[in-house]
Design a binder for this molecule. Structure first.
Ligand SMILES: Cc1ncc(COP(=O)(O)O)c(C=O)c1O
Length: 409
């Protein structure tokens, strides 16, 4: 790769994997000390998780929010609230985190993968429509990298069929579609507080809803379906303990107070990079439709291998020479190519619930997913966080520019 050596000076970028790229500090320590001082670390007896839930619901304009232990738990809770019958189908995306997928199988439903737009790697109303069947019980959309899906078209389609939508907002806190926050369009919005998210408690999650019946089931599912506060409480149905504790809740409350600024900083620094990269051959910067807000969990470039030698991995290799990390492909392979789906590895040797699936629902022929195959081949995902200064952004822009100049055919 000698021909791709860049001349850019090295610079260490802040990372979301340690304090350099996180907003954790004295505010979190103060609330943590308060939580510990009360001796009440169990959320139903404490104040921090309740405060988190109230403030998060207000921020999203949702009538209810409940905290839970992870983004995966949030997705699981949302699916359990929809309560599919075994073998019901849930349409999802071929480009997402596994934590958004395995809960479908745990609830006995069949994940049916929709293709994605090759530039944003988001599902669209068209790709979802292709996978609808009379067994479709729900649709899960992931707003990937902080970029909102076209919720106008998706909700129109879903509403016309009476199918609930779950929004996976793990990567898209404060993102907006046509002036409205993601997470507030569908039946449930799901969020993650894992280490690398916009705000973090290491692990953690949240679900929001505007539907009182769904909200009730979300609350119950997180609480082993125990009817806290009811006159004659019981364990009403099969459910888990996904409760957040007060230690996590205290840190989350402090983090929540910083979310607006975190999102704004990411948006501003990403806009700066987009303007600095304008006009580069073979590079498509993240599109942001008018009226939408992309909150840049990551900054995702699209690299045309016909123009850039080595395509996305080639450019990633050149950036690595100046210590700029990047992830070609984002995920190594489309979700449907992972062993869990291809070999149907679930409960013992039963293959359940795949045994209930229509053959077309579990047809993972890559030829049926052209957007996914092209998108993953071409994307180059740059880490992003709220600590990036103008100098960091200029450094990245200079490195991309000089690498592209050297690699352009
Ligand atoms: C889109 C998406 N959905 C779900 C999850 C699962 O969240 P968690 O890791 O908090 O379980 C993640 C990431 O971590 C994610 O990025």
């Amino acid at each position: 790769m000698t021909e791709s050596k860049t001349t850019t000076q090295k610079m260490t970028l802040p990372s979301d994997q340690d304090a350099s790229g996180r907003t954790l500090g004295q505010d979190e320590l103060d609330l943590l000390a308060q939580a510990i001082g009360t001796g009440k670390l169990f959320a139903p007896k404490g104040r921090f998780v309740k405060e988190l839930e109230t403030r998060f619901a207000e921020m999203l304009g949702a009538s209810s929010a409940y905290a839970c232990t992870s983004g995966s738990a949030a997705i699981h809770t949302a699916i359990a609230a929809i309560d599919p019958e075994p073998g019901d189908e849930i349409i999802t995306t071929s480009v997402t985190d596994m934590g958004a997928l395995t809960p479908i199988l745990y609830q006995g439903a069949i994940p049916v993968f929709a293709d994605v737009d090759p530039i944003t790697c988001n599902v669209t109303a068209e790709t979802i429509e292709e996978r609808l069947s009379d067994r479709t019980k729900a649709i899960i959309v992931t707003h990937l990298f902080g970029s909102p899906c076209d919720m106008t078209a998706i909700m129109q389609l879903a509403d016309s069929r009476g199918i609930p939508v779950i929004e996976d907002c793990a990567q898209s806190f404060m993102a907006e579609h046509r002036g409205r926050k993601v997470g507030s369009f569908g039946a449930v919005g799901c969020f993650s507080l894992q280490q690398g998210k916009h705000i973090t408690t290491g692990e953690g999650g949240l679900v929001v809803s505007n539907d009182p019946a769904i909200a009730r089931r979300l609350f119950l599912y997180i609480n082993k379906a125990w009817g806290y506060g009811d006159e004659k409480p019981d364990h009403y149905f099969l459910a888990l303990n996904y409760r957040m504790n007060e230690i996590t809740g205290a840190v989350a409350v402090a983090q929540l107070g910083k979310l607006r600024e975190v999102a704004d900083r990411r948006v501003a620094s990403a806009a700066r990079l987009t303007s600095l990269l304008a006009g580069l051959p073979g590079i498509t910067t993240p599109p942001v439709p008018k009226g939408d807000v992309h909150t840049f969990w990551k900054y995702c470039l699209n690299v045309d291998p016909e123009v850039i030698q080595g395509g996305s991995p080639g450019l990633g290799g050149a950036l690595k020479e100046v210590d700029i990390p990047s992830a070609p492909r984002y995920i190594q392979k489309p979700s449907f190519m992972c062993q869990i789906f291809r070999e149907q590895r679930t409960f013992g040797s039963s293959r359940w619930p795949f045994t209930l699936a229509r053959p077309e629902a579990v047809d993972y022929d890559p030829a049926k997913f052209p957007g996914t195959m092209q998108g993953l081949e071409r994307i180059l995902v740059l880490p992003w966080n709220e600590k990036y200064t103008d100098d960091h952004v200029r450094f990245i822009a200079d490195a991309v520019r000089s690498s592209v100049t050297k690699l352009a055919r």
